[in-house]
Design a protein around this ligand. Structure first.
Ligand code: FAD
Length: 378
């Protein structure tokens, strides 16, 4: 069998790419190694409604779990800051359903999807899969962190995320807990799907994620665990080359999730869309520059923001608990109200700058990081 494009990985990046290639009239096969698109789910499901809209998705009733009202940030000593998230229109989606919704869009445009089929090997213009060898003009690597980790292990953190039932989970309230000893360079989180149902997770540099999540849950109180996921997250930003010969790399496989939070539904999804458009142009023009335009357009949208996010996460790695506490205590209600009203969930380094007080009275971060801090401000 022969296809214009074969895509390995049937999740957000691969499926959006397939939708765009099929929409332009080219033949495309998506192979997904799992038994079902959308499983096993390893995602909190937190995403901006505007991001999804940009990707051409209006969540179906099955896909949408809930709307976030408040993001509560907690310092190591227990100070909390509540950011009103209504304006940022952040929602919690069910990833099992979102991936199926995108798969359906791709299929309606003409893409073919095969589950329980994995990419075994690539040869020039051929994909060797568990279901046989297929000819193709372009191969898309959308295999997620499992692909990038084969090239570089240093950019990952181990995470643990449990789906739980607990009376203390409040609908509409996302919790983010900073503690440089428990979660170095990252945080723990609670993402509600509904009242009493949600996902709790931890990640951090060099931590034992199982121990860390068990301790976090112990501190929160009574709960029932219904699912456990242990997965690496990529926090090192994009790889150097999204295109190599006739292989195009998209999504987490290309390092397209946020260096601050590892959130990737939107930025990986956009990677898939832009790659799909560039591949379609290339198939028509045969001009390699058309293929390369994918990386340029992704960088135009996210390059600068991701550079700042990388710097912000390096700063977080260097902050100790007393300094995090000091920063929290210097954040004023006016700063919180400014962030609530004016900042963006997907491009959030302006909010980080405000919280560090870089443009206000607090100069703690400047004292620690000196001239380097300009990287965040530019
Ligand atoms: C614990 C956790 C919580 C997260 N929470 C959020 C969140 O709240 N919001 C957010 O925006 N992002 C979140 N993310 C990140 C988000 O899940 C990813 O950025 C996003 O799923 C990346 O999409 P992708 O399509 O690039 O890769 P993936 O979703 O990882 O998909 C890769 C696909 O490739 C398949 N595959 C792998 N190898 C092969 C092969 N050889 N052949 C065929 N198929 C293969 C896999 O089965 C998988 O379906 C979270 C991640 C983790 C780990």
């Amino acid at each position: 069998m022969s296809y214009d494009v074969i895509i390995a990985g049937g999740s957000v990046a691969g499926l959006f790419c397939a939708r765009e290639v099929a929409k332009a009239g080219h033949s495309v096969l998506v192979i997904e190694e799992d038994y079902e698109v959308g499983t096993p789910e390893h995602c909190g499901g937190l995403v901006s409604a505007s991001g999804l809209e940009d990707l051409g998705i209006i969540p179906s009733t099955k896909t949408l779990d809930s709307q976030i009202q408040t993001a509560q940030l907690c310092s190591p000593s227990g100070t909390t800051l509540d950011i009103n998230a209504k304006k940022q229109n952040v929602i919690v989606i069910n990833r099992r359903e979102l991936d199926k919704q995108i798969a359906h869009q791709a299929q309606k445009n003409g893409a073919e999807i095969k589950v329980k089929t994995s990419l075994k090997e690539t040869k020039p213009n051929q994909a060797v899969t568990s279901a046989g060898t297929f000819d193709c003009k372009i191969l898309v690597d959308a295999r997620g962190v499992s692909s990038i980790i084969q090239k570089d292990r240093t950019g990952t953190l181990q995470s643990a995320q449990y789906e739980i039932y607990a009376d203390w989970i409040q609908k509409g309230l996302v919790e983010v807990n900073f503690d440089s000893e428990k979660y170095p360079g990252f945080f723990s989180w609670v993402i509600p799907a509904a009242s009493g149902i949600g996902k709790v997770g931890v990640a951090g540099k060099g931590i034992n994620a199982i121990q860390a999540i068990e301790k976090f849950l112990e501190s929160k109180g009574k709960h029932s665990t219904i699912r456990k996921v242990f997965a690496p997250i990529w926090v090192n930003g994009p790889i150097d080359d999204f295109v190599s010969g006739n292989t195009v790399i998209v999504g987490d496989a290309a390092g397209q999730s946020k260096p601050t939070t590892a959130g990737g539904i939107y930025s990986c999804g956009v990677g898939g869309v832009l790659a799909g458009k560039a591949i379609s142009s290339y198939l028509e023009s045969k001009n390699p520059d058309d293929l390369k335009s994918y990386q340029k357009s992704w960088n135009q949208k996210f390059g600068k923001e991701f550079e700042k996010q990388l710097f912000a996460r390096k700063m977080l790695e260097r902050l100790d608990n007393p300094t995090i506490d000091k920063i929290f205590s210097a954040i004023t209600p006016e700063m919180i109200s400014d962030i609530s009203n004016n900042d963006d969930f997907d491009f959030h380094t302006t909010a980080i700058v405000k919280m560090l007080g870089l443009k206000g009275s607090l100069k703690i971060a400047q004292t620690i990081f000196g001239g380097e801090i300009r990287k965040l401000l530019n």
